[in-house]
Design a protein around this ligand. Structure first.
Ligand code: GLP
Length: 239
């Protein structure tokens, strides 16, 4: 694992953006796995700047998002679908048909998840997967206890995650209790992984990832078994 400690969010975002921009320059039809949450927002701003100022072309890029809440329509303020369009996709020239985000409203979630996996396989797998990390060490919505070989599936969120994510909802009872998430096995098949974390509320999860044993109780520790992971964190998360 390569670990980069940066002074602030802007420097973290620029470092991560450099890797993505380089990838798109080398292979215009790269398959990029995107993540939601506050942490990658700076990175998405940098990608928008690269599009506006350096004419970076995203028309061939294929995207797969990590997760989505079950029960939220795409138009919902807190859906991850809306998050991605508002914060990145609407501001670059990505093609709508190349964007893949789990749909939390499907009537057959199991079938949908199988299809999602098949689509990733059909385009040759994910070149770079971007990840954040939950305070409990989750990646995407793979909560503690998730199997290392898990695939895209419906999961139940822990109380801790529901509480953490409730800041974005009017009432904690509005937070969905289930989500569709790529599995740890799915994520581990990405050829390259970038994990971003900032703030001292992530330092415990980062400590376990860097210094702890590989255990299902801290799902991100599975990344120790991956050959090409870059961890970009700020000073607070590194404490
Ligand atoms: C959610 C997402 C994760 C994300 C995490 C941390 O639970 N499912 O993919 O990494 O939040 O979010 P933040 O970056 O806002 O701390």
């Amino acid at each position: 694992m390569k670990i980069l400690i940066k002074n602030n969010d802007e420097k973290m975002s620029k470092e991560a953006a450099k890797i993505i921009i380089n990838q798109i320059n080398i292979k215009s039809n790269s398959v990029i796995g995107f993540a939601t949450g506050g942490t990658p927002l700076g990175l998405y701003k940098e990608l928008i700047i690269a599009y506006n100022e350096d004419n970076l072309d995203f028309t061939q890029m294929i995207t797969f998002n990590l997760d989505e809440y079950v029960g939220l329509p795409k138009s919902h303020e807190q859906s991850y679908n809306k998050f991605m369009w508002d914060n990145l996709f609407n501001h670059i020239n990505v093609k709508k048909e190349n964007v893949n985000i789990p749909d939390g409203m499907v009537s057959d979630p199991e079938g949908f998840c199988k299809e999602y996996e098949k689509k990733i396989e059909e385009v040759g797998g994910i070149d770079i997967q971007i990840l954040g990390i939950g305070r409990n060490g989750h990646i995407a919505f793979n909560e503690p206890g998730s199997e290392f070989d898990s695939r895209t599936r419906v999961v139940r969120l822990t109380e801790e995650t529901i509480k953490d994510n409730s800041i974005f909802f009017e009432d904690i009872h509005d937070v969905p209790t289930k989500a569709i998430t790529m599995g740890l096995g799915t994520i581990m098949e990405a050829r390259k992984i970038i994990l971003l974390a900032r703030g001292n509320n992530k330092s415990d999860a980062i400590n376990k990832l860097l210094n702890g044993l590989v255990t299902k109780e801290a799902p991100a520790t599975v990344l120790k078994n991956h050959k090409n992971v870059t961890i970009i964190i700020d000073k607070e998360a590194a404490e």
